[in-house]
Design a protein around this ligand. Structure first.
Ligand SMILES: Nc1nc2c(ncn2[C@@H]2O[C@H](COP(=O)(O)OP(=O)(O)OP(=O)(O)O)[C@@H](O)[C@H]2O)c(=O)[nH]1
Ligand SMILES: [Mg+2]
Length: 352
């Protein structure tokens, strides 16, 4: 197979836009020939450029920036910035291909869709990393760095894997507990608005109510779904039974359950929660009231009150939830989004 004369990669999106940016790599004489230069411009100094089309006519005008050469490399790297219409992109690709250049990691429309549909800083970081390189390319780079790099990352990949689920199907955090323990009040305090009806009458919430929030700090912020449920306990009426069945269905889907207990009234039997729940927080709520029971000395318990200090309570719950998140991964890691991508990445790293 003939080797490529050069490589090109589109840095900006596939859609039409004001500007398009392209990364190029080729030997100096080929870069000159392709871009129509007699000699290469000075590195790092933007140079006005008239790009020819594949048939020799003018294609577009733009800016060319040669990168500082890497020692020992025969190949030069550069970036060009042209108009962002479809015609220019097609013409440029035709020029490269006519000279035997090959496209590197073409941006796929699914990666673009991923970027455009992200709703949290962390998801945006992953989508951007995926636009720059595929998980397989990332794996190849680690391999090029040697066995030590591969071993280092292989052990971490396993720990990062749950992020795929968390980022692409936001985890559900369910407020559950006996009636009147303050579940809806906590949801409202979290959202900082009166989203759910609160009342002193047990059995106020009948349907599960959900709301999406962002949780975490800096560019580690991810999207989660908060769910308020109907109170669980002894039920006399048919309506209560249906409401409780809906709560139990929510518990089955929960990534984290916050059991909300009222410190002001005698604590009944524990809730029969499904075994499969990933994470659990016990909350002794309404601590401003005289305590009717003693809070167990266990790490899973948080004590607080929406009336006393709602912000502090929510901060504490969020901090606890963050401890359930998998370990952070580097910003340039293009997190695989499917089983197949994970397999390919792991297989690629295995045969070293
Ligand atoms: N003393 C005290 N009362 C609170 C606190 N938070 C909420 N409440 C009150 O407790 C009562 C029940 O609150 P809700 O938020 O409706 O409780 P719930 O668990 O959603 O109740 P159901 O939907 O009926 O299961 C209301 O009168 C609230 O105003 C608190 O921190 N301290
Ligand atoms: Mg309620």
């Amino acid at each position: 197979m003939a080797t490529a004369q050069g490589h090109f990669r589109r840095l900006t999106g596939l859609q039409a836009s004001a500007l398009s940016a392209w990364a190029l790599q080729a030997k100096p004489e080929e870069l000159c020939g392709c871009m129509g230069f007699k000699q290469l411009p000075t590195p790092d100094q933007p140079q006005w450029l008239q790009v020819p089309s594949a048939d020799g006519g003018p294609l577009d005008e733009g800016v060319f920036v040669l990168k500082a050469p890497t020692e020992g490399s025969e190949v030069c790297s550069a970036e060009i910035f042209l108009h962002g219409g479809f015609g220019v992109a097609r013409g440029l690709e035709a020029l490269f291909r006519s000279r035997g250049w090959v496209e590197e990691h073409p941006v796929s429309s699914s990666d673009q869709t991923l970027l455009l549909s992200t709703r949290s800083p962390l998801a945006a970081q992953v989508a951007l990393a995926r636009l720059r390189q595929t998980p397989e390319e990332w794996g190849r780079k680690q391999k090029e760095k040697g066995a030590a790099s591969v071993y280092k990352w292989k052990s971490r990949l396993h720990a990062w894997r749950p992020w795929s689920d968390l980022l692409f199907a936001p985890p559900r955090i369910v407020l559950a507990g006996p009636p009147n323990s303050g579940k809806s009040s906590i949801l409202n305090a979290w959202l900082q608005k009166e989203r759910v009806t609160v009342s002193p009458h047990p059995g106020t919430t009948r349907d599960s109510i959900e709301a999406t929030i962002l949780l975490g700090e800096g560019n580690r912020v991810l999207e989660v779904v908060l769910v308020d449920t109907a109170g669980l306990g002894e039920s006399q009426e048919q309506l209560d039974q249906l409401a409780q069945e809906a709560s139990l269905r929510e518990l089955e889907r929960a990534w984290c359950v916050i059991e909300v207990w009222d410190l002001g009234v005698e604590r009944g039997a524990g809730l029969a929660l499904p075994d499969a729940i990933c994470h659990r927080i016990h909350l002794a709520h309404r601590e401003d009231l005289p305590h009717a029971w003693e809070v167990p000395h266990e790490d899973s318990w948080i004590v607080g009150s929406v009336f006393k200090d709602a912000k502090q309570l929510i901060r504490e719950i969020e901090a606890r939830i963050c401890t359930f998140l998998p370990p952070a991964f580097p910003a340039d890691f293009p997190l695989p989004v499917s089983e197949k991508e994970w397999l390919n990445l792991e297989r690629g790293l295995s045969d070293i």
